[in-house]
Design a protein around this ligand. Structure first.
Ligand code: URA
Length: 271
């Protein structure tokens, strides 16, 4: 039987598309921990990449974990990252700090996980040792603002339709958009997976329009434009919640500040 405990001194992040799995809790879950800066031992181990939260509970109960030199068998015991020494089978483990990056995605880069041998992936364009995942998707042909993070709870909030985080796109169309098309885009159009929610649509000049949507279905903008009888030729996301793409060159990324991350939480209905 293989042990659920992987070699220690690891990166920390959540297992797979953590945030996108939606089972890692939410902001409220953070608040459910003990004192300021403390978290439950099982959660600490999960955030350290040791095992899933449930498997971590079993590891703790089996007596393999020491905190400050003492064996602890209570998975709910509070520990303080950075202050308490936590050992699993004698090796130290610690959680990875959460990171959020903003990337100006160039065309031709996929926003799914790395696929060796195929097209480059957005995660390869960010210089971080953390295990980052894209927050939602942009089509390979689309460009512009995409976020990457190892904070599963934040990713979940930002992509869940319930939180209606606005995403702003600039689209170059095959034909100049007429009033009827703009009104239809704004009012909601019928797609094969149901009607779209109200959006904002305006003409910028020539064949370019700006569209703000609060959902994130596959190919949504392209399908909406097609549904009103036009066609997207180029698509760029310029804003995500309160974050602007700004002057970042294609292919370049920058790590968000704590203030910017706090704003994102607010955008997604957090405190
Ligand atoms: N809508 C689309 O059609 N494509 C994208 O990449 C993003 C939104």
């Amino acid at each position: 039987m293989s042990s659920p405990c992987r070699p220690p001194k690891r990166r920390v992040t959540p297992e797979p598309p953590a945030g996108l799995r939606g089972d890692r809790g939410d902001r409220g879950d953070r608040g459910a921990d003990h004192g300021a800066g403390e978290m439950r031992l099982a959660k600490y181990l999960a955030h350290s990449g040791v095992a899933s939260r449930r498997a971590a509970e079993a590891i703790v109960r089996s007596g393999r974990v020491r905190v400050g030199g003492e064996v602890v068998r209570d998975p709910a015991r509070g520990v303080e990252p950075g202050a308490d020494e936590v050992l699993v089978d004698g090796s130290p483990v610690s959680p990875e700090a959460t990171e959020v990056w903003l990337l100006n995605k160039p065309a031709g880069v996929v926003s799914t996980a790395r696929e060796p041998g195929s097209r480059p992936a957005v995660v390869e364009l960010v210089e971080s040792p953390a295990r980052l995942y894209p927050v939602g998707r942009l089509d390979a042909d689309s460009t512009g603002l995409i976020l990457l993070t190892n904070d599963g709870a934040l990713a979940n909030r930002l992509t869940h339709p319930r939180y209606e985080v606005p995403k702003t796109y600039r689209a170059r169309l095959a034909e100049p958009a007429n009033r009827r098309q703009l009104e239809a885009l704004a009012g909601g159009v019928q797609l094969e997976d149901g009607p779209t929610a109200p959006a904002e649509a305006r003409r910028l000049g020539g064949t370019e329009i700006e569209l703000v949507i609060r959902e994130g279905r596959n190919h949504q903008v392209r399908r909406m434009v097609e549904a009103v009888g036009n066609e997207v030729r180029q698509l760029r996301r310029v804003r995500f919640g309160s974050l602007e793409l700004g002057e970042l060159a294609p292919g370049r990324s920058r790590r968000l500040s704590d203030d910017e991350i706090a704003r994102l939480w607010k955008d997604a209905g957090g405190e």
